[in-house]
Design a binder for this molecule. Structure first.
Ligand code: NI
Length: 265
């Protein structure tokens, strides 16, 4: 976007301390209303045209890869590949800036990449409880923070995020694919004390941040409106492990995708 105003969001020491203690943080505002409106146009084009589907950049997170019929939880990976100007948005810049404060790392040492998850009106599926780290390859120990910004009101009824405070200090829980079907990319874990969960409703242009190990969940969308969310994952340099972690769900998915002749990425 050209002519965009300088809109840098700062987090306070208290907010940084809250994130360190709880593994998540909710902020009221990360970009302008104007930018949210502009992003909706790009978002709707990506999902309307299923951009990147052939290369594994568009798929249904809660359905079998390559299935026919309507997508219940469509996801776009790497929207910046199609619209490089996304990297120059107020949202993207603030996500990187705030993440650097949450990590206590210099911004220059961080990389970032986006994805988008849509919950269509009425039938958008839930995103079951999981840790993002469960998706990472076995030999990598990531240090990442995800910024999550809705373009529509995110409420408990439309699929706002819920977190288990302090769960970023847990180990990596055992995960399974949705419906126990490794041809479905979405993962879930049953090792969650949901009585501790905190819902984070947000207005459009607000954002939550969560650590890659924090347990989180988003309910189905039961409202007549879409719930569009744009996520920017900000990464500190990951650690490469000599002894890979045990994540049998990843191997199961690799085998299922090889059989289908599909890929994700
Ligand atoms: Ni997640």
């Amino acid at each position: 976007m050209s002519d965009k105003p300088d809109f840098q969001v700062e987090v306070t020491d208290e907010q940084v301390a809250f994130f360190k203690e709880n593994g998540y943080l909710s902020i009221e505002r990360i970009t302008t209303d104007e930018e949210v409106e502009w992003l909706k146009g790009i978002y709707d084009k990506l999902f309307g045209e299923r951009l990147g589907e052939k290369d594994g950049g568009y798929f249904d997170l809660a359905g079998k890869i390559g299935h026919d019929g309507r997508d219940v939880l469509p996801q776009v990976l790497g929207p910046e590949r199609h619209f490089p100007e996304l990297r120059d948005t107020i949202y993207y810049r603030n996500a990187r800036h705030i993440a650097s404060k949450l990590f206590g790392r210099d911004e220059d040492t961080l990389t970032a990449g986006g994805h988008m998850i849509l919950k269509p009106p009425h039938y958008g599926a839930e995103t079951p409880w999981h840790q993002d780290e469960a998706y990472w390859p076995e030999e990598i120990l990531p240090l990442s923070v995800s910024a999550w910004m809705p373009l529509d009101p995110a409420t408990a009824a439309s699929g706002c995020l819920h977190f288990v405070p302090g769960s970023h200090r847990d180990h990596i829980h055992h995960h399974e694919h949705i419906n126990h079907d490794p041809s479905i990319h979405g993962l879930f874990t049953e090792e969650v004390d949901v009585s501790k969960a905190v819902a984070c409703p947000l207005a459009p242009g607000g954002a939550t941040f969560h650590h890659c190990r924090t347990l989180h969940f988003a309910g189905p969308n039961t409202t007549p409106n879409p719930r569009r969310a744009y996520i920017v994952v900000v990464n500190a340099p990951p650690q490469r492990l000599e002894t890979p972690l045990v994540k049998p769900w990843l191997q199961a998915e690799r085998e299922a995708l090889a059989k289908l002749g599909k890929k994700i990425g």
